[in-house]
Design a protein. Sequence first.
Length: 164
Amino acid sequence: MKGFIIWLASAGYFGYFPLAPGTAGTFGGIFVYILFSSFPPPIYLLSLAATFFLAWWASERAEFILGRKDSPTIVIDEVVGYLITMTFLPPTVTAAIGGFLFFRVFDIMKPPPAKFFSRRMPGGLAVVLDDAVAGTYSNFLLQAIGYWQPDLLFVMDKWIIGVV
């Protein structure tokens, strides 16, 4: 069971990447998003909620197994944050890249209340909540871009289609 928990908490071992494991975990989140992006919105939200609670559970147990609070190896929270980032956005290459970049920036910056969650709350919930906040900020920013400049979320896709 310990091996499964570590595999899950490290997002399929993306958390063991030697440089920037959080960025590697977010990259792993792209693959989960590709799977989820075909779901209708209610199923996407239900799957996101299930993933959130699974991440909470796995993070809690992995902290105990690894003997360290919010170990860099635990990156399932990055997957959840990225899925929140991409909620209700078009599944385009540009949106996926923008979501990746914005999420990483907000996850590193830890704007309020993310820093509070990461420093003051114990356990797996704190591990996941700070990334949920970063994902929420990233989603709001991408939604605003999509509202005021909708073509920006499709730029790469138009270029790729033009090349092919």
